[in-house]
Every structure is written in structure tokens, then in C-alpha cells.
Ligand binder design. Structure first.
Ligand SMILES: Nc1nc2c(c(CN[C@H]3C=C[C@H](O)[C@@H]3O)cn2[C@@H]2O[C@H](COP(=O)(O)O)[C@@H](O)[C@H]2O)c(=O)[nH]1
Length: 375
């Protein structure tokens, strides 16, 4: 039976039930990978929060945080403009280069925590030392100042491990974590961007036709390292932390204008990293069980996809969604519709920056330790 006859005879349903054609033939048909198989991050968060055992969203705490943020909403820390005005390392221009800078940064935006707080990767840039995520941005800008085209896919698609080590070198004895994974992901991502999108993330942005969800789908379906997914109580759940923050940072770099004018930006969730859970527990909006807190204090390593790790990430997303809803409700009671000023992206940016600025106050709440490429 040749392929054409097979397609005619078999149609969408094969004699073996709903197996895809590729299961019926020995030769591989590249089945388009679809996100539909996974719950969206928002639906994932709801399911996880409803079934979580070691992480609890505190309704009273959510209410108090929303009330405390009420007056902050109009501050620059809670604004789209803050992405540039508060962060000197972020690109300041609205340009294709800025979009490709964001794509590179968020492709590598994972796992910066160090075993010991006083012994970590630091990058010096223009006389200032940067740590954590900002050490990545400092290294990118340092390379660009040195004439290395690090944001060009044509360059990073074929970078050697030694070149990656050089570009992302630390100014302390502690290297940036997961440097081999970063090398693999740079080569993989750069090759795909060249082969499918003409070497520029701007092509993906234009293809999204000003839809955040369409851009999210393009990223997850084409770039494997962004597939931040897990299984929880038998259901396929997703967080898409780097894919969502990529869409958000693209929105910010384009200042919400032109190709970056995403009408559905409010459909994104917060980005489930290891800082947001810490600050939510610190503020009393979320609580860990005694058993989980003990493990965190012991510095136990979790694996990406572990039950408690999934509960931490899913409850964080759900908790922040409730904070947003409560904030909007507080303004609605005053006759103000703030849906343009309050969304999970801006709440996330605010809380993440707050966490960076209140590291000392939060030291009684350890981060959960995972070494992975997703956050
Ligand atoms: N939820 C959330 N997670 C975020 C970010 C960012 C950077 N975005 C900034 C850039 C422009 C905007 O103005 C944002 O302020 C990095 N991360 C994650 O944090 C962790 C690094 O933490 P530390 O080791 O302390 O640097 C790591 O998992 C990284 O993936 C965010 O915004 N939200």
C-alpha cells in the first residue's frame, strides 16, 4: 500500500484506532508537536493548587498583599517603562537588535543560584559587579562591547564550548552554572532560528500578529529548550517560564507598541522561577508544609518535575493570579478599571525586583534548589 493510497484509505482514523499515521508505517512522519497535549500554565496552576499537599495558597495573605500593593500600582516599579528605566543592562532602544538581545538573554535565563551565597559567579561590567540573572546580561553586554556578535544567531549557532566559556566567564573563581547546557542550547536555538526564521526573532514576533499566546506557541513548538512541562497526578502540566518571560520581555523591549502591541498580554501568567515562591512565602501569601520547609533549609536538591517542585511552581502561579484578581477588584470598588495597568507580567516584574532588593529580609525562606534549563 503506497502512501497516497494509505492516506486515502486510512484518513484521520487508522485501522488501529487513533494512532497517527507514523505509528502505522515504519518511516517517520515528523508529527507536528502540539501544545494541546498539555494544560495551559493557568489551568495547570489551578489543578496543582487544588491538589497540592506541601504548598498552600493563603487567601488571607493574598488579600493582604493585594492591599499592600494597591498604592504601588502607579509607581514606576509596577510599570512597563520600568523594564528600561530601572534596569541599565536591558536594551534601551526599540529595535530589532533589542528583540534579538531579549531572545538570547531569555534562551539562557536559567539557574543562576550558587551553593554558597558568599561564593558565586559575578561579572564585572563598566566598573560594576553583577550577580545572578544580571551576571548573564552583563556578560552579553561585555561581549557586544568587545565586538563579539553574541546576539547574532549566525554566531551562536556555531559557537564552540571554549567560546561560550569565554563570553560568559565569571570575574570570580565560580563559573556560571550549567555552561555546557548553555553551549548546547545556544547551538540548537541558533540553528533553528537560522533555518526556520531567517536568523531573527523579529520574524517570530511578526508571525505572532500581536498575540502573546501565538508567540508563546511559536516559541514552544519550535525551540525544544523552552518546553517547560511536567506530569502531576497523571495530568500533563506546563509552566513555560522562559517562553512566557520571553514574550513579556519582548513586549517590554518594544514598549508595548508596533509588533509588540500584544492585545492578550494579560493572558500570560507570572514566570515560575525560584525567586517568586520565596517572596510569596515571605509576604505570607503562600505557605510550605513543615516537611517541605525542612528540606529547603537542608538545601536538598530537587529534580525538575518532582511533586513538591511542581507544587511550589504551580501554587506560585495560582497565588499571583489571585493577587492580580484582588487588586483589580479593589480598584473596581473605587470605580476604576485598571486592566491596562495590572497584569501578571507587571506583578511578576515588581515582585521579582522586590525579591532582589530584599534578599536579607528573606533569608529565613530558602529558595528551592533545582539545576535545570527551564528557570
Ligand atoms: N519570575 C521572574 N523570574 C526571573 C525574572 C528575571 C529577570 N527579569 C528582569 C529583567 C527585566 C525585568 O525588569 C525583570 O526584572 C530572571 N528571572 C529568574 O530568576 C532567577 C534568577 O534570580 P537571581 O539568582 O536572584 O538573579 C532565575 O530563575 C531566572 O530565570 C523575572 O523578571 N521574573
Amino acid at each position: 500500500m503506497d502512501l497516497m493510497m494509505a492516506l486515502f484509505v486510512l484518513g484521520p482514523v487508522t485501522p488501529l484506532g487513533h494512532l497517527a499515521l507514523s505509528e502505522c508505517f515504519s518511516f517517520p512522519i515528523a508529527r507536528k508537536r502540539v501544545m494541546e497535549a498539555f494544560l495551559s500554565p493557568k489551568d495547570s496552576a489551578k489543578f496543582i493548587a487544588e491538589n497540592s499537599r506541601d504548598v498552600l495558597v493563603e487567601e488571607e495573605g493574598v488579600r493582604k498583599v493585594a492591599e499592600a500593593l494597591f498604592d504601588k500600582v502607579s509607581a514606576k516599579e509596577f510599570s512597563l517603562a520600568g523594564w528600561k528605566s530601572l534596569h541599565e543592562l536591558n536594551p534601551q532602544a526599540v529595535s530589532d537588535d533589542a528583540v534579538n538581545w531579549v531572545f538570547l538573554a531569555d534562551t539562557l535565563n536559567f539557574s543562576f543560584w550558587s551553593e554558597h551565597e558568599d561564593c558565586k559567579c559575578l561579572v564585572k561590567y563598566r566598573g560594576k559587579m553583577y550577580s545572578g540573572y544580571w551576571s548573564l546580561c552583563a556578560a552579553i553586554n561585555r561581549a557586544l562591547d568587545d565586538g563579539i556578535p553574541i546576539t547574532s544567531a549566525a554566531y551562536y549557532a556555531t559557537m564552540t564550548l571554549e567560546q561560550v566559556r569565554h563570553v560568559f566567564r565569571s570575574d570570580t573563581d565560580v563559573p556560571m552554572p550549567l555552561i555546557e547546557e548553555r553551549h548546547r542550547i545556544l547551538n540548537e536555538t541558533g540553528t533553528i532560528l537560522l533555518e526556520k526564521f531567517g536568523g531573527s526573532f523579529v520574524t517570530c514576533v511578526k508571525m505572532s500578529e500581536k498575540s502573546a499566546q501565538k508567540l508563546l506557541r511559536i516559541v514552544v513548538e519550535n525551540f525544544p529548550s523552552y518546553r517547560d512541562e511536567a506530569t502531576f497526578k497523571g495530568k500533563k502540566v506546563s509552566f513555560y517560564k522562559r517562553a512566557q518571560i520571553l514574550v513579556a520581555d519582548t513586549w517590554s523591549a518594544l514598549e508595548g507598541k508596533g509588533d509588540g502591541c500584544f492585545g492578550d498580554i494579560s493572558s500570560l501568567t507570572i514566570f515560575a522561577d525560584y525567586r517568586i515562591p520565596q517572596v510569596l512565602v515571605h509576604l505570607g501569601a503562600m505557605r510550605y508544609s513543615d516537611e517541605l520547609m525542612r528540606k529547603l533549609h537542608e538545601g536538598i536538591m530537587f529534580q525538575s518535575g518532582d511533586k513538591q517542585e511542581v507544587e511550589i511552581r504551580g501554587c506560585s502561579i495560582w497565588c499571583c493570579g489571585l493577587i492580580c484578581d484582588h487588586l483589580l477588584e479593589l480598584y473596581k470598588k473605587k470605580g476604576q478599571n485598571m486592566s491596562e495597568r495590572i497584569n501578571a507580567v507587571l506583578l511578576d516584574y515588581y515582585l521579582w525586583d522586590y525579591a532582589r532588593d530584599h534578599r536579607e529580609d528573606m533569608k529565613e525562606i530558602p529558595i528551592h534548589r533545582v539545576r535545570c534549563i527551564y528557570y
